[in-house]
Design a protein around this ligand. Structure first.
Ligand code: ACO
Length: 379
């Protein structure tokens, strides 16, 4: 035991490492504020372009500003030819979509826009191209050809257009936009912290977002919604929920879509997305799935309280992400990449904030290995 050992915070839990004006996460009150707006207020009302402008500029745009900002984003949607070539190669090798996004993100400074000297253009080029990469990859992976972006569609609607080669309904585009707004920023989560660490060394924005994609991929962060939906679909009917979840917990497995490092009450984003899913499903066929999901949630919460008393495990954002994105018609494999399509805007905002703070992020470790060894050569 060294003198410093009581200073260790495994997982940096509870450590405050930055000031931010971007978002405020209150895990005890269950509140998320994005640049001053409660998430319940912003997410269902703003366009994604308005949210991006807000995070990058601190204020919502005026009418003229919004038009030119949206135009600039739309004009940067096309990816470099070499990025497409790489995506073809990745698709031929059956690479998972998040890995393809990480590889492709690293190529985005090839044509000078994303890697150029003008910060607003760099930001726009990166955020505008994430949907293009994901959609092009998805089509290539499924034996199709990429569909070019359409400058007359908003960010969310254009993403669905590039995925499907058909225009989404207004309700689908609105539902996706609500999702993108809901998950755009969330304090110093793991991927945002990754982006800030990279930028703090004086490195560049492309490196920051490529690194952040890698951090987002893991099942403890952005990789949870696919398994969360699988669980609901495998349960299949309300009567099976309790026995299924009991045996999962008895095997020591985690329930995806539940628990959070910061929220000890219900994640407010779950409410926003549940409301959006309910609106989207209306009285159609997926209404049954929505009902089943709420029953699974209720059962999971009761069993988590029974089996893990005092841990305060509540529904997190990923549970209703799965339901909403499924309702929009996105397959499981696109859930985490679609999260990245939104969160890249938050990563960029944090990268700019970190650049302004100008302080290298460099924590310490406590050495607990042996000392005083003598070199005797390799046996
Ligand atoms: N299901 C079952 N048990 C759980 C769950 C869960 N989802 N989450 C935590 N626990 C249990 C742990 O097993 C542990 O039990 P123990 O004390 O008996 O060992 C206790 O609760 C505390 O867990 P920790 O791992 O210390 O909690 P931590 O703060 O590190 O974890 C995390 C947060 C990683 C999100 C966790 O709750 C989890 O794995 N959830 C499932 C994955 C998920 O939904 N991820 C998405 C998070 S939201 C986002 O990143 C966008």
């Amino acid at each position: 035991m060294t003198d410093n050992q009581d200073m260790i915070r495994p997982g940096l839990e509870g450590v405050v490492a930055a000031e931010t004006t971007l978002s405020s996460v209150d895990g005890e009150a269950g509140e998320l504020v994005i640049a001053g707006y409660p998430v319940e207020e912003l997410a269902p009302n703003a366009t994604f372009e308005e949210t991006a402008y807000l995070l990058w500029n601190g204020e919502l745009p005026g009418g003229g500003e919004l038009k030119s900002f949206a135009g600039m984003l739309a004009s940067h949607r096309t990816v470099p030819a070499a990025t497409l070539a790489l995506l073809r190669e990745a698709a031929a090798n059956g690479v998972p979509a998040m890995d393809a996004l990480r590889m492709a993100a690293g190529t985005l400074d090839l044509d000078g826009a994303a890697g150029g000297s003008e910060p607003a253009v760099r930001a726009a080029a990166l955020a505008a191209r994430f949907p293009t990469i994901v959609a092009a990859y998805w089509r290539l992976r499924n034996g199709g050809e990429p569909v070019g972006p359409r400058a007359d569609l908003g960010h969310a609607a254009n993403y669905l257009w590039m995925l499907r080669a058909s225009e989404p309904s207004a309700a689908e585009a609105r539902a996706l936009e609500t999702y993108l707004n809901t998950v755009v920023d969330h304090g110093l989560n793991a991927s945002t912290f990754t982006a800030r660490v990279i930028v703090s060394t004086g490195s560049d924005l492309v490196s920051a977002v490529a690194g952040a994609v890698g951090a987002l991929k893991g099942p403890l962060h952005g990789g949870a919604p696919g398994p969360a939906l699988d669980m609901v679909l495998e349960i299949g009917s309300e009567e099976r929920a309790e026995s299924y979840i009991r045996s999962k917990l008895a095997r020591g497995e985690r329930l995806m879509g539940f628990g959070h490092r910061v929220y000890k009450v219900r994640d407010p984003r779950a409410d926003v997305l549940a409301a959006a899913a309910e609106r989207l499903f209306g009285n159609g066929g997926d209404r049954d799935l929505y009902r089943l999901a709420t029953k699974v949630e209720e059962t999971a919460l009761a069993l988590l309280e029974e089996q893990k008393p005092g841990r305060r495990l509540q529904t997190n954002v990923e549970f209703y992400t799965a339901l909403l994105l499924h309702g929009i018609g996105l397959p499981n494999d696109l859930f985490t990449p679609t999260f990245a399509v939104s969160r890249v805007v938050g990563w960029i905002a944090h990268a700019f904030e970190q650049e302004r703070a100008g302080r290298l992020i460099r924590p310490q470790s406590v050495y607990v290995g042996p000392r005083g060894r003598q070199w005797k050569g390799t046996p």
